[in-house]
Design a protein around this ligand. Structure first.
Ligand code: ZN
Length: 311
């Protein structure tokens, strides 16, 4: 049997490589530049970066954060992003091992729904880490990430719905009993199926995407009516809709709550140090993205605990 750390290591290395690609996206997408051409080059002297100076994290450490040609500083953002995606993919690989490897039978089990969900969370993390850094640096949240993300998230939800077991996730109304012939001579009461699991998942997700967008649109309109200027960009609206496409409505509310709390704490700290006034612009998208990462990691547990507490 292969120990779990083999898969976790593969996830980590894959994450470092994707993180390296994400750095290219972060540098170029907000400026509407191509992410394929030209090859990576030093921002200061324009020299192409040699392949051995482009190894994630390690090269930056070997070069002590400076260009080999002109000695200009290379931001710590590059290794930080690579490491962040590396850790995220490591966690996704660990989760995949947990849901798919059955220790009792010492073999892999097929759980397509959970597998698709875990892949979705890996992709969501990649997009959120990128958007978090882009909004912080440039106050931009490119459609290439947000709108594409909404599409991918929704598509994966449909794949998940396809793999539901018969009857799984059905919403049943038990007002009147409906008897069905389950085998010759035997009847089973199954209640009235209001929505099948597939319908509930897909329609629920569409409602979640629209609902998430509507919440922030309402805040945007309200702010505009009161202050006569834009307080929030449409990018933030699309970002929250993207989180909803991957995670569903409950987790999205948690992401919004966590993001707003974090942004408020940061704003108060800034004002306390007299570095900002009430009119300063906070990169809200960065905090929403961080809230999304938090919710993707801990959302199901926190929501379950919350529902339990309400009882
Ligand atoms: Zn240089």
């Amino acid at each position: 049997m292969t120990p779990s750390y083999v898969y976790e290591l593969i996830g980590f290395v894959l994450g470092l490589l994707f993180g390296s690609f994400l750095n290219v996206c972060i540098s170029r997408l907000p400026a509407h530049e191509s992410i394929v051409k030209p090859r990576s080059h030093c921002m200061a002297c324009g020299h192409s970066i040699r392949w051995y100076d482009n190894v994630p994290v390690l090269s930056w450490m070997m070069l002590r954060g400076r260009c080999r040609d002109c000695k200009a500083r290379i931001s710590w953002r590059y290794p930080a992003v690579e490491l962040a995606v590396g850790v995220w993919f490591f966690l996704a690989a660990a989760r995949l091992y947990e849901v798919r490897y059955n220790l009792a039978i010492d073999g892999w089990v097929l759980v397509p729904g959970e597998t698709v969900r875990t892949f979705g969370i890996a992709i969501l993390g990649f997009l959120l880490i990128g958007l978090m850094v882009m909004d912080w640096k440039t106050h931009r949240l490119p459609d290439a990430f947000t709108l594409t993300g909404i599409g991918i998230g929704f598509l994966l939800t449909c794949v998940q719905a396809f793999f539901l077991a018969p009857g799984e996730g059905d919403i049943v109304l038990n007002t009147t009993h409906q008897l069905r012939l389950s085998s010759p001579g035997s009847f089973a009461s199954q209640g009235n199926v209001f929505l099948t699991g597939t319908e509930a998942l897909i329609m629920g997700r569409i409602a979640a995407i629209a609902g998430a967008a509507l919440i922030l649109l309402a805040v945007r309109w309200g702010y505009k009516a009161l202050r006569k200027r834009d307080g929030m960009g449409l990018g933030d609206v699309k970002l929250l809709a993207m989180i909803a496409a991957f995670l569903g409505f409950g987790e999205t509310l948690l992401a919004l709550f966590a993001g707003v709390v974090a942004a408020s704490v940061y704003g108060i700290l800034l004002m306390a140090r007299h570095r900002a006034s009430g009119a300063s612009k906070l990169p809200l998208g960065s905090f929403l993205a961080a809230g999304g990462l938090f919710s993707a990691l801990f959302g199901p547990q926190i929501l379950a605990w919350y529902v339990e507490m309400l009882r």
